[in-house]
Design a protein around this ligand. Structure first.
Ligand SMILES: [Zn+2]
Length: 260
């Protein structure tokens, strides 16, 4: 787990800003990114750990991610701009997330992706460690999970003595390769990463991936599970994910009410 904050591989890291000039993103995208941090906490997808990023709306070769902090506490002034190498542009001395390379390398490999969420949401972790069992779409709200989410095995890229964290570009690239043809990837003994074409879609998927995992674990205890077909998965994505603004408004209202 990403709970240690000591040793030679800390999860909060000091970095020197790259010399590249910062470009101000639109206030709307920053506001949505802040709101997404609060929603993901309120919906139980992230706790003190986990993070969401968005591709910069004026510079597709940059992305925005909070400084190293608990998502529930993120405000607009905490958002930092990064290059696709994972280098901070304007951290200005603030610590950043060690695992920013997850975001950097996915944005580099998948030009269609606009938002990335990494979490350790509770029901997904068990499905990352059992051989022969994969997270798979089993209800209509989670068609994006498809016919079996890939599991990233960090030992293949980093050997058998890593802390399981994606702490450099090499590991980030190895993870990003699993997103060819997939929008969610489990990380063995760690959690998952999900992508979307907008912040709202990525948040929707992170919430419903956790629900799919929970329902799948429950259904597997009862007997043989009937999963969605590939055609059903695609049809569900096309129809239901056109509605991601609906839960977003509700989740945002709930998160705001609970923050008061
Ligand atoms: Zn992590």
């Amino acid at each position: 787990m990403c709970t240690s904050d000591h040793g030679n591989h800390p999860i909060a890291v000091d970095v020197a800003d790259t010399a590249a000039a910062s470009v101000a993103p639109s206030p709307e995208i920053v506001a949505d990114l802040v709101a997404a941090n609060h929603i993901l906490f309120d919906q139980g997808v992230v706790d003190a750990f986990g993070h969401i990023s968005v591709r910069h709306d004026k510079r597709p070769d940059r992305f925005l991610l909070a400084r190293n902090m608990a998502p529930s506490r993120v405000e607009a002034e905490d958002i930092v701009e990064f290059t696709l190498d994972g280098e901070a542009v304007n951290a200005n001395g603030r610590k950043v997330y060690l695992e920013r390379f997850i975001h950097a390398e996915i944005f580099r490999r998948r030009p269609d992706v606009m938002a990335v969420i990494h979490s350790h949401s509770h029901s997904i972790v068990p499905l990352s460690v059992v051989k022969g069992t994969r997270l798979r779409a089993m209800f209509h709200m989670a068609g994006f999970v498809g016919q079996g989410a890939p599991v990233f095995e960090i030992r293949e890229a980093g050997g058998d003595a890593t802390d399981l964290l994606i702490g450099n570009n090499h590991l980030g690239r190895a993870l990003a390769e699993h997103f060819d043809g997939h929008d969610i990837v489990l990380m063995r003994g760690h959690g998952s990463t999900v992508v979307g074409y907008s912040i709202k879609q990525a948040v929707y998927r992170a919430v419903y991936a956790e629900l799919n995992a929970r329902y799948q674990l429950q259904a597997m205890q009862l007997g043989e599970v009937t999963y969605l077909t590939e055609g059903e998965s695609r049809a569900c994505v096309a129809s239901i994910e056109a509605q991601v603004h609906r839960p977003w408004e509700m989740w945002l209202e709930q998160a705001r009410a609970r923050r008061r």
